[in-house]
Design a protein around this ligand. Structure first.
Ligand code: PHE
Length: 444
């Protein structure tokens, strides 16, 4: 069977950036910055992204492109008769876990986009809190929206790689950048925005703990979509002529820039209106509508914002669903349509559980967390970091160095020996040591 592929450099880049840029940047990043002390957290985060996570992104890209197979078979192809396939299995499980709670938040976003369009969002502060709480705890509304969000995602990937994922990302990603810049400009020009900008850029390292490092690392993994087979799966559809290092670096760069712009879109407004940045996961769903309410043309800005959030979420959820779908197509020899139906079925059941755990099922606790929070922290803090660790161990210690050099240099056509040597060193020694240290201390 001939495999589909991305048509060229721009297509690969927007798809990867689309996967990376998502709710992680617009919803998770601002509230983590808010609850973890601002600028110091951001600096640590950026350091992790470029020194640690970029080499992991490159490793994952390399494994995917070299093997041209799904997340599990990639490892068994490159290391036959070994146990490394388990890394891929972890990846597929991670993708399922993330997709489950991600589509719940995607559903909230869709719900808010609809509310914004029907002018049903902007109220006084107590009403806004009530709107959010009663929406997420209801046994029906968020489940239905979660399902619609999954259908939307499936609707994109049914078209395959080139005509589905690539085409959608090519249209949506540029629009996304323009729109978020518009919101950021509005936010930083509000009277009193200065305190928010200071919060984002003036570091105070006195509050940094190992916990902060673990959270920053988890966020870097989550935001770059690494450690759960998403980059690997996309890369398996990338042609041998693309430049792995350049595309990976541009992906990490766009993701970091987008996170910074998202921070500028949210924090200055939060400070300008004198609300606390430590609101947590409800930050963009509770605080922002409250702020939009008080802005001239706030109704329009609300539509714009929740539309941005929705597109960003879909360009990410398609990459999660594709991990599972590619795996099912290749391992069980099923058609894309059937594979998508199977994935929809699994994601709907788990997503429903995540959604209900905000309300009627909230008494069910796993390690003290409700199902939603359990899936969230299991994936970002355990599965993805563990997946990333095993991945660099695989590339640094199991794959032959000649194979690494051959793939990264497109069989010798690209000549950057020193750069490739440095990347190999980061992958082989620095990344595993740092990740292990942070995981151990963070967990203690
Ligand atoms: N990176 C995405 C975001 O920031 C989430 C994601 C994680 C997507 C893992 C794919 C794989 O929202």
């Amino acid at each position: 069977m001939k495999r589909d592929n991305f048509s060229g450099t721009f297509g690969v880049l927007v798809a990867l950036a689309g996967s990376a840029i998502g709710l992680g940047n617009l919803w998770r990043f601002p509230y983590l910055v808010g609850t973890n002390g601002g600028a110091a957290f951001i600096l640590i985060y950026l350091l992790f992204v470029f020194v640690l996570c970029l080499p992991i992104l490159i490793s994952e890209f390399l494994v995917g492109r070299r093997s041209q197979s799904n997340a599990v078979r990639a490892f068994t192809t490159l290391a036959p008769k070994s146990k490394w396939g388990i890394v891929g299995v972890l990846g597929v499980l991670g993708a399922i876990a993330i997709l489950s709670f991600y589509s719940v938040v995607g559903g909230w976003t869709l719900n808010y986009a609809v509310k914004a369009i029907s002018m049903d969002l902007l109220h006084t502060s107590e009403q806004v809190t009530d709107t959010f709480n009663s929406m997420v705890t209801s046994p029906f509304e968020p489940v239905i929206y979660m399902f619609l969000f999954l259908l939307f995602t499936a609707g994109v990937i049914i078209g395959g790689i080139k005509n589905g994922i690539e085409r959608f990302s090519k249209i949506m990603m540029p629009i996304l950048f323009v729109m978020i810049v518009m919101i950021a400009v509005r936010s930083v020009t509000l009277p009193g925005a200065g305190a928010g900008i200071e919060f984002l850029f003036k570091p105070d390292f006195s509050k940094v703990t190992f916990e902060t490092l673990l959270v920053a690392l988890g966020q870097a993994f989550f935001s770059l979509s690494i450690g759960c087979g998403a980059v690997l799966t996309y890369a398996s559809y990338v042609k041998k002529s693309e430049n792995i290092v350049k595309t990976s670096a541009l992906t990490a760069f766009s993701d970091a820039i987008f996170a910074m712009i998202a921070g500028l879109a949210v924090m200055p407004a939060v400070f300008a209106f004198g609300v606390s940045p430590t609101e947590g996961p409800g930050l963009v769903f509770i605080i922002l509508p409250e702020i939009f309410e008080q802005l001239p043309a706030g109704g329009f800005i609300a539509i714009l914002f929740f539309f941005i959030l929705l597109i960003a979420a879909v360009t990410s959820s398609i990459s999660l669903m594709e991990v599972i779908v590619t795996y099912i197509i290749e391992e069980f020899r099923l058609s894309r349509k059937i594979a998508i139906l199977v994935t929809l079925f699994i994601a709907t059941i788990l997503g429903t559980l995540c959604s209900l755990s905000q309300g009627v099922l909230s008494q069910i606790r796993i390690f003290g967390l409700n199902i939603f929070d359990f899936f969230d922290s299991l994936s970002a803090n355990v599965l993805m970091t563990l997946g990333g660790l095993l991945l660099v161990l695989f590339v640094g210690w199991k794959l032959k160095k000649e194979d690494f050099m051959d793939e990264i240099s497109n069989s010798g056509t690209l000549n950057h020996k020193i750069l490739y040597g440095a990347i190999y060193f980061l992958i082989r020694y620095i990344a595993p040591i740092v990740i292990l240290t942070i995981m151990i201390f963070g967990l203690i």
